[in-house]
Design a protein around this ligand. Sequence first.
Ligand code: MLT
Length: 312
Amino acid sequence: GAMPFGAATAQDYPDRTVTMVVPFSAGGPTDTVARLIAESMSRSLGQQVIVENVGGAGGTRGAGQVAKATPDGYTVLLHHIGMATAPTLYRKLPYNVLNDFEEVGLVTDVPMTMIAKADLEPTDAAALLAFVKDKKDAVIYGNAGVGSASHLCGMLFMSAVGAQMTTVPYQGTGPAMNDLIGGQIDLMCDQTTNTTGQIKAGKVKAYGVTTKQRLKSLPDLPTFEEGGLPGFEIAVWHGIYAPKGTPKPAIDKLNAALVAALQDPKVIARFADLGTEPVALDRATPEVHRQFLEAEVKKWKPVIQEAGVFAD
Ligand code: MLT
């Protein structure tokens, strides 16, 4: 049978490629964070950490695949706030978020921006609110499926405005962005890790950012606080997970490589360009990640139940 993860194996780990599953399409915000972190972790671990995109069902398909993977340290998941919202949004999930994973550590909190196709009429957030209230399901909203951050932001936005738009789900907001730029869809709330470049290039119109203060990377973009939706704040936190039962020596090595990546000047600089930053190192332990995940599952349950949006 397989060699037990004894002292020898622990010392050798990792002795082959580690797969990092991203539960959304390539080219989106989650993929962007993952590839930056994976590249840095590869250097620390001395083995390739390769990203595998497994899209579908708002991130729950990829998460389910990792929950069922061999707990040997060679498969990990990089996911975001959707780990905390899916248990309430989906009555049937292919995993139990608090029983089927080992937390490795938190990565970064990414702001969201409400963006539109370049020629959408409204010129600012207040006008956008009135526009959606008036047009309702004539407005086409793109997201990455129920359970995605773009879904969560849209759900909160529609609750605040009191109108339901028509939603088009994609395997990730990478492909959704292509349709937004092409004018096939009207509106999308997506993370700055995917939208900063397009906003600066004028390919999309931006209405607001979901942070208290404006971003240094997008100084001309008002916050929703300023623009007519006070308190409309969302930070898309990201974390790394391994299947339950992954040996502690492997978790510790993965965490050490993550902590090194969070201090990697290349990661820090790229995150800054994209409107975000690594989590503070005292938040980057498996224990803090676990506590935070439990708190977030509790926090979002009533919010989602109040909005009354369920996937199944
Ligand atoms: C999401 O909307 O949850 C993700 O950002 C989508 C993606 O990463 O493609």
